[in-house]
Design a protein around this ligand. Structure first.
Ligand code: DQA
Length: 146
């Protein structure tokens, strides 16, 4: 069995479904996890799906992914735009890193236009809601095989 794909989610994504639904939609984090598990099974992969509100924990999990995953998909939420420590952790990885967002930060407030995560990612999928995650899974499987 191939190593899993880690799907890591940052702060406030535990509130999906209630949090600004006009931007992030009505699906909960549990719905998103189910979608990722089902999609991964369809494409012959498995997923470790987690969420934290804490920067240090997210960094610990990025380091763990470096040891245990075939690829990392990360929605760092607000830390995307602020965390050099997270960027430093991502830069230590040799597995493919894919940045995801539910919304399209490039079309929102100016402070969301800078992504530190993007500097360590092979690519970014954003603006498609939950579909951003399944597209990222497709890309992760292809990248991990090449
Ligand atoms: C987000 C976009 C970020 O700018 C924001 O801070 C989030 C969610 C997204 O998935 O659209 O918390 O990462």
């Amino acid at each position: 069995m191939a190593a899993p794909i880690y799907v890591l989610n940052g702060p406030n994504l535990n509130l999906l479904g209630q949090r600004e639904p006009e931007i992030y939609g009505r699906d909960t984090l549990g719905d998103l996890q189910r979608l990722c598990d089902e999609h991964a099974a369809r494409i012959g992969a498995s997923v470790v799906f987690r969420q934290t509100n804490h920067e240090g924990e997210l960094i610990d999990w990025v380091q763990e992914a470096g040891r245990a995953a075939q690829a990392l998909i990360i929605n760092a939420a607000g830390y995307t735009h602020t965390s050099i420590a997270l960027l430093d952790a991502l830069r230590t990885l040799s597995i493919p890193v894919i940045e995801v967002h539910l919304s399209n930060p490039a079309a929102r407030e100016p402070y969301r236009r800078r992504s530190y995560v993007a500097e360590a990612a092979r690519g970014t999928v954003s603006g498609f809601g939950a579909l951003s995650y399944t597209l990222a899974l497709d890309a992760a499987v292809k990248l991990a095989c090449t």
